[in-house]
Design a protein around this ligand. Structure first.
Ligand SMILES: Cc1cc2nc3c(=O)[nH]c(=O)nc-3n(C[C@H](O)[C@H](O)[C@H](O)COP(=O)(O)OP(=O)(O)OC[C@H]3O[C@@H](n4cnc5c(N)ncnc54)[C@H](O)[C@@H]3O)c2cc1C
Length: 377
């Protein structure tokens, strides 16, 4: 039987980045992946690294998202250099667009909160936005500009991180669905996949929407799938459609260097169902029509749906579990690409008994238990 210093369950962006960080710290690490690495939510995402336009304000989570974004340039430089794969990371900023007086009123409220939270953001007139991003149609009234938000091609990033992990010497055990966390008394002894088992004093559950795979554990990991659909169009001249990421009240768009236009997304609780629906596509087309009706004549390229891992309160679950040696890196919901490098660093610190760089108490598994106890009191 093989043994390791740490076993990571799940080869998405979270598990893979964490495995690299642990390996860099000198641990013998394996990732146990039920199929192939990087085939689920991490390649279904849009790749926005955009905490500022979102709904979070002065919360501990917002501070964590900002910290995660601050780590990104160095993270990308390290991964690209080690893997030799460019990831289209760019700090191009995001425009939140208003096409009607109602949009303007909603955005004005948003901007007030954002400015109060110290976010860099400003109103820009429609004409000026169209000068900077000429493919937006003439119906635009105005928009808010968030200059600090970034984007990455998460499919390329996933490829690069897998390559990086191989170069670092992370071991991959693929086509191996973990079926059980191997416990001995009160602590972890390793991992079981059908008839196979591997020994390790540390196991990290990074299985995304499937984090609750071992129902025999003495506690529950409250993570469920949240479906997100994506439509991809292709510009005929194969150059980026927009220079910036765009948000409207209906959709968002992210442009790739080869002219693909990523349009998203939906947030749906439909279990482990990854179908793309006409309703989803209808929403995207309505949103595109608003930005510029001419986009409806762009060639269709593909569409897909992925499952975001969503915890009971929408925040990630990071840190120790009630079982000694078993750690959780789950529930990253809408921000897993953004949070991957920070998650890797804080989990590695915890595992090595060092203080993590951010306060993890708002993300501790125990918060659910406390809440339930409070309710029953
Ligand atoms: C449409 C959409 C748009 C998104 N846009 C963004 C965005 O713009 N920015 C952003 O930051 N985030 C975004 N996200 C969220 C982001 O994709 C996720 O938060 C992130 O990918 C979660 O990573 P993960 O590694 O936890 O999960 P996953 O990528 O799902 O990986 C989990 C892995 O675990 C494996 N696994 C499961 N069960 C087992 C088992 N029993 N044994 C072994 N392996 C197992 C799976 O096969 C999979 O490879 C988006 C998501 C979607 C769906």
């Amino acid at each position: 039987m093989k043994n390791f210093d740490a076993l990571v369950v799940g080869g998405g962006i979270i598990g893979c980045t964490l495995a690299c960080e642990l390996r860099k710290a000198g641990l013998r690490v394996a990732v146990v992946e039920r199929s192939e690495p990087g085939t689920e939510a991490s390649i279904a995402a849009a790749g926005m690294l955009a905490p500022h336009a979102g709904p979070q304000k002065r919360t501990p989570f917002f501070a964590v998202l900002r910290r995660a974004l601050a780590l990104y340039p160095d993270f990308i430089a390290e991964v690209e250099e080690a893997a030799g794969i460019p990831t289209e990371f760019k700090k191009n900023g995001l425009f939140y667009l208003a096409f009607s007086p109602e949009d303007e009123a909603v955005l004005a409220e948003k901007l007030e909160l954002q400015l109060a939270s110290g976010i860099r953001a400003e109103w820009v007139l429609g004409e000026e936005i169209r000068r900077r991003d000429p493919a937006i149609g003439p119906e635009l009234r105005k928009g808010i500009y968030f200059p600090e938000d970034c984007q990455v091609d998460n499919i390329l990033l996933m490829k690069a991180v897998i390559q990086w992990s191989r170069r670092l010497g992370v071991e991959w055990i693929t086509a191996a669905p973990a079926t059980e966390i191997w416990l001995e008394g009160e602590r972890v002894r390793g991992l079981v996949s059908g008839r196979e088992r591997w020994e390790s004093p540390v196991v990290i559950n990074a299985a995304g929407s499937w984090a609750n795979f071992d129902r025999s554990l003495p506690f529950e990991i409250p993570v469920k799938p949240s479906r997100g659909q994506i439509l991809v169009l292709q510009s005929s001249d194969r150059v980026p459609v927009f220079k910036h990421m765009l948000y409207t009240r209906k959709i968002y768009t992210v442009s790739r260097d080869d002219g693909r236009l990523i349009v998203g997304s939906t947030v749906e609780s439909v279990g482990f169902n990854k179908e793309v629906t006409v309703k989803g596509l209808h929403k995207f087309l309505r949103g595109l029509l608003e930005i510029n009706p001419e986009f409806l004549s762009l060639p269709f390229r593909e569409c897909w749906a992925g499952l975001r891992p969503r915890s009971k309160d929408g925040l990630p679950i990071l840190g120790k579990s009630p079982v000694e040696g078993l750690y959780l890196a789950a529930g990253h919901f809408r921000n897993g690409i953004l949070l991957a490098p920070l998650t890797a660093r804080v989990l590695t610190a915890l595992i090595l008994n060092r203080p993590p760089e951010v306060d993890l108490s708002p993300f501790a598994w125990g918060r659910f238990q406390t809440r339930e106890k409070k309710i029953s009191q």
